[in-house]
Design a protein around this ligand. Structure first.
Ligand code: ADP
Ligand code: 5GP
Length: 202
């Protein structure tokens, strides 16, 4: 059986990665990996749905037990991708999407070169500030710290396979879906089974 595709989505805080990934999960068969983090939950977030919220000790223990596909310190907290579930899904032929930062994405690129790397951009810095402020989940200091990282983050865009500007949400979601369809339409080993069947039918 063919392995599933691994899609990796990164971009500046507030660009809309989470919103887009949620829509992709609702509208396609792609499954979202739930990360582990030491950050405090936002008021609307649930343990096991948005993240696994853990202590720093538990996080470090998971690293020691080789339980993370990748991890990084981002904006002052630790975040990581639990390895077992992601690998099981991919091996069972299911597509998985990781919404992770650039450091983590670069580690995945080394350990899983077959991944497809997508960068989400805001239409402008003014809109980015509006979105991150409108989300109402960070203090002003935290917002400024996140916005201050934007130019450094976008300088990594050439390491990614695709970029999507998230201006109008539905348009951005359609573009990410188009990327998923395009990746599934690439010539790969599995197509030779079909061609073999043609030979048998002739
Ligand atoms: P990220 O995951 O990249 O940090 P979010 O998905 O949390 O960003 O989005 C940040 C805020 O912007 C949220 O309040 C979200 O509802 C809003 N948002 C996301 N995409 C759009 C869009 N295309 N147009 C307007 N608002 C958006
Ligand atoms: P937030 O605190 O806004 O939910 O996420 C902050 C940043 O951490 C975002 O760039 C997000 O993509 C990233 N992130 C979330 N989960 C992971 C993860 O498992 N690994 C890494 N490396 N980054 C993550």
């Amino acid at each position: 059986m063919d392995k599933g595709h691994l899609f990796v989505v990164s971009g500046p805080s507030g660009a809309g990665k989470g919103t887009i990934c949620q829509k992709i999960v609702e509208q396609t068969d792609v499954e979202l990996s739930i990360s582990m983090t030491t950050r405090d939950p936002r008021s609307f977030e649930e343990h096991g749905a948005n993240y696994y919220f853990v202590s720093k000790e538990e996080f470090l223990e998971t690293i020691e037990n080789n339980g993370l596909l990748e991890y990084a310190e981002v904006y002052g907290n630790f975040y990581g991708t639990p390895k077992k579930l992601v690998m099981e899904k991919l091996n069972a032929g299911r597509d998985v999407i990781l919404e992770i930062d650039i450091q983590g994405a670069m580690k995945v690129k080394q350990s899983y070169p077959g991944g497809v790397f997508i960068f989400i951009l805001p239409p402008s810095m003014t809109e980015l500030r509006k979105r991150i402020t409108g989300r109402g989940s960070e203090s002003e200091d935290a917002i400024n710290m996140r916005l201050g990282e934007t130019l450094k983050e976008v300088s990594y865009i050439d390491k990614y396979d695709y970029c999507v500007v998230n201006g109008e949400l539905d348009e951005a979601v359609n573009r990410v879906q188009a990327i998923i369809i395009a990746e599934h339409s690439k010539v790969s080993e599995s197509i030779y089974h079909l061609i073999k069947k043609y030979e048998e039918e002739i």
